[in-house]
Design a protein around this ligand. Structure first.
Ligand code: CTP
Length: 400
């Protein structure tokens, strides 16, 4: 059981923090909620006290015999502030200590996660931008807000990510991941592309996107800014990633080539379709009266990984790919992996044995990480999140 301090500040999204609190307590964690005075305008103390099982206070002058302004921060394993208003980001960035939450932030020596929520204008204001940069420099994990409907009829970046997504990032922070990707930008593809025959039918594949999502979550937890190019992924997107949704291999290619020049590492975890129908029928292909079936002529899609390797002319990001292999008469899974690493020319290739039913859509995986300089790192069967961190361990080493 860990001790988590949940700071809640004054925004409409404070109601979502009640759900986040539930996720923490259901996970067996002991949560002390520290609302600000204005947070209580949105959700009252009774809700926080009932859900956490602890009394709440906003100032430093109640229960002074317990010295809460020092004790809470010093004994916490994790501090999460959700939602974090522009005002609280500013107070935290400048080291103010005018209520219990800001005192706790100054005394905490554990990981700190802040999930901002505010109107787009406030989020994009140079003052907020500078405050967020300051906090990140000091090691605070500031989650990028989602884009979408805000409190009024306006939309844009500034929405608090969903509680489940904040929860997943917070657990990563609690696990004490290194912040070795702070200041880095990484681009990751996930999922499987679809190639349409007609308006209703497509050729697709079984990739769920889980491993790519896990890589994005792991990179976010290690402090990176993440562009996640997601092809037909139906599971939740990680909080704080810039998500680009694509359908076809051509769209995936464009999105990855666009993201790569500003990235420090690109990881092709998606399964792009290797082939697409040579022709697309504008209207639904009808069944033939005579019981016959249409033949489908296919053409090859571009190999995005190879293009990413070739496009490294100016700035040189690290390029990693995955190899979905089955052993056959010509060689083992690893033989095929080594040959593929050579063929593709990437820096790192994560080899996956897809011969069994134990990869697609499963929560765990087992891989061998091959590097262009000859290293071979086996990673025993583990949760896809752990596999993701093992991959970043190898990539970070090579970035340095
Ligand atoms: N890949 C890609 N573009 C494609 C096909 C694959 O960028 N059109 C990438 C995948 O994202 C993965 C790597 O290439 O990182 C290897 O994918 P895999 O399916 O194992 O290999 P293929 O290139 O399709 O080779 P083959 O099917 O012939 O083994």
């Amino acid at each position: 059981m860990s001790r988590i301090v949940l700071g809640v500040t004054g925004g409409v999204a404070a109601y979502k923090a009640a759900l986040l609190l539930r996720l923490f307590t259901e996970g067996g964690h002991d949560v002390q909620v520290v609302p600000t005075e204005s947070a209580l305008e949105f959700v009252g103390a009774a809700t926080w006290e009932a859900l956490s099982g602890h009394p709440v206070q906003t100032g430093v002058f109640d229960n002074v015999e317990h010295v809460p302004h020092v004790m809470l921060g010093k004994t916490a394993d994790l501090v999460v502030v959700a939602p974090a208003t522009a005002n609280t980001l500013a107070r935290a960035a400048h080291g103010l200590a005018d209520d219990l939450l800001t005192n706790t932030l100054l005394t905490a020596r554990c990981p700190v996660v802040m999930a901002p929520a505010m109107h787009t204008e406030m989020w994009e204001h140079p003052a907020t931008v500078a405050n967020v940069a300051t906090l990140r420099e000091r090691g605070v994990l500031v989650i990028e807000p989602d884009s979408g409907r805000l409190t009024g009829s306006d939309t844009g970046p500034g929405r608090l990510p969903e509680p489940e997504a904040i929860h997943r990032i917070a657990l990563q922070a609690l696990a004490g991941r290194p912040r070795d990707l702070a200041g880095r930008h990484v681009a990751i593809s996930a999922g499987g592309t679809r190639e349409f025959l007609d308006p209703v039918r497509f050729l697709g594949n079984r990739s769920s996107g889980r491993q790519g999502i896990a890589l994005a979550e792991a990179a976010l937890a290690r402090g990176a800014s993440v562009t996640l190019v997601a092809a037909n992924v139906s599971i939740d997107m990680p909080a704080g990633a810039e998500v680009v949704r694509v359908t076809t291999t051509a769209e995936l290619r464009d999105a990855m080539l666009k993201a790569a020049p500003t990235a420090d590492a690109v990881v092709m975890a998606a399964a792009p379709a290797d082939f697409r129908p040579a022709a697309y029928a504008e209207s639904k292909i009808k069944k033939a009266e005579d019981g016959g079936a249409p033949g489908i002529e296919l053409v090859q899609n571009p190999d995005i990984l190879v293009e990413l390797v070739r496009s490294r002319a100016g700035r040189v990001p690290l390029v990693a790919g995955f190899a979905a292999e089955t052993g056959d008469a010509n060689g083992s899974v690893l033989d095929h992996g080594r040959a593929k690493l050579g063929r593709k020319g990437c820096d790192v290739l994560v080899v996956n044995d897809v011969g069994s039913e134990r990869v697609f859509g499963q929560p765990d995986n087992e891989v061998t990480i091959l590097t262009a300089d000859g290293a071979e790192v086996p990673v025993a069967r583990a949760d896809k999140g752990e596999i993701a961190h093992a991959i970043w361990d190898v990539l970070v080493q090579r970035m340095e």
